[in-house]
Design a protein around this ligand. Structure first.
Ligand code: AVJ
Length: 322
């Protein structure tokens, strides 16, 4: 009997937690696990913080240019979004597209709570049929692409600079993975945060209100809840740091005292932490605008336009599969 989806996800989670916390010398946890229902809610708050301008920058770009983007892509029938987000930004694009013809929108998301929220947010849009896909990105995209009924282009959205969580090499590999599922004429719109001064990145990823700290610490709270662990969150401190070599900002959780933690659900009876050591939880790469077009070129796309927000340097790049 095939395993129910939720159980399969739990096993993958336990396996990843095991691998990450036994990784030596640098313990790590994959950033995709920041987004359970508490983490997704905290991230939503982060997007409203004055210090974190990224999401609002992307919203401004879409507000001003959604119509133009849609006319450049042409009359699409299907829109697939990798990571559903809150739906606020997507609404602008879907409304612009659906003015030309009715469309089906596939939000793709492994988090059922995020998916449900997005479906709820966008359900009422005229001429838009919403079909959520609870899959990882490429699997979901394959599923969406299989639903084509005509020659109309498929439009893939990859917003919010989620691409920044991949290494530069993995990002190109991922773009290539998307390209393989597309036909010539299909389009990809992707958002990416641009390089900016260290002070600006450090306050954006370590805000004075402490929301990002809570967002990061929730990584351990989630392990307590879902894998029966006994992390004492007060033993850890949130840290944002610049990685100059990778042109990125990282998040870590720093252990403040020597102590042990038990994680029964991941098969870890005793994880030892030494005062001062960290768990690496996220890397967010920052780009140069032209570099993004280069990366896409290596993955089989050509640029159909790029829009940059001057107030918070962020680029929206529209690509066509060639
Ligand atoms: C949602 C991955 C784009 O990397 O800026 C926000 C997540 N991390 N604050 C980012 C995040 C810390 C965010 N992304």
């Amino acid at each position: 009997m095939p395993q129910p989806l939720a159980a399969a996800h739990r096993d993958a989670y336990a396996t990843d937690v095991y691998a990450g916390l036994t990784h030596s010398p640098q313990k790590e946890l994959p950033s995709k696990y920041l987004y359970d229902s508490i983490g997704s809610s905290l991230f939503e708050v982060i997007t409203h913080l004055p210090e974190y301008g990224l999401t609002r920058a992307e919203e401004r770009i879409l507000q001003s240019h959604a119509d133009e983007m849609c006319s450049r892509v042409g009359p699409v029938g299907l829109v697939a979004e990798l990571g559903s987000g809150s739906g606020r930004k997507t609404r602008l694009l879907l409304q612009a597209c659906a003015r030309h013809r009715p469309i089906t929108y596939y939000p793709i998301e492994i988090s059922p709570t995020a998916l449900a929220q997005c479906e709820g947010e966008l359900a009422g849009l005229a001429s838009v049929k919403v079909v959520g896909l609870e899959h990882d990105y490429l699997q979901g995209l394959q599923e969406a692409a299989a639903q084509r009924t005509d020659e109309a282009p498929l439009w893939v959205l990859f917003l919010g600079s989620t691409i920044g969580n991949f290494s530069r090499t993995a990002a190109v590999r991922f773009l290539r993975g998307i390209r393989k599922l597309l036909r010539p004429g299909d389009a990809l719109l992707f958002g990416a945060d641009l390089e900016k001064p260290a002070w600006q990145l450090l306050t954006a990823y370590d805000d004075p209100l402490g929301v990002t700290a809570s967002f990061n610490l929730n990584m351990l709270g989630r392990i307590n809840r879902e894998l029966g662990a006994n992390f004492d969150l007060t033993n850890f401190k949130h840290e944002a740091r610049i990685n100059g070599k990778e042109r990125a900002v990282e998040m870590h959780l720093r252990a403040m005292v020597n102590h042990d933690v038990r994680i029964p659900g991941a098969g870890l009876p005793c994880v030892t932490f030494t005062a001062g050591e960290t768990i690496w939880t996220e890397i967010s790469h920052k780009y140069q605008a032209e570099e993004l077009i280069d990366m896409a070129g290596h993955a089989g796309f050509t640029s159909a336009g790029q829009w940059i927000d001057p107030q918070w340097l962020f680029a929206e790049t529209l690509l066509r599969a060639t």
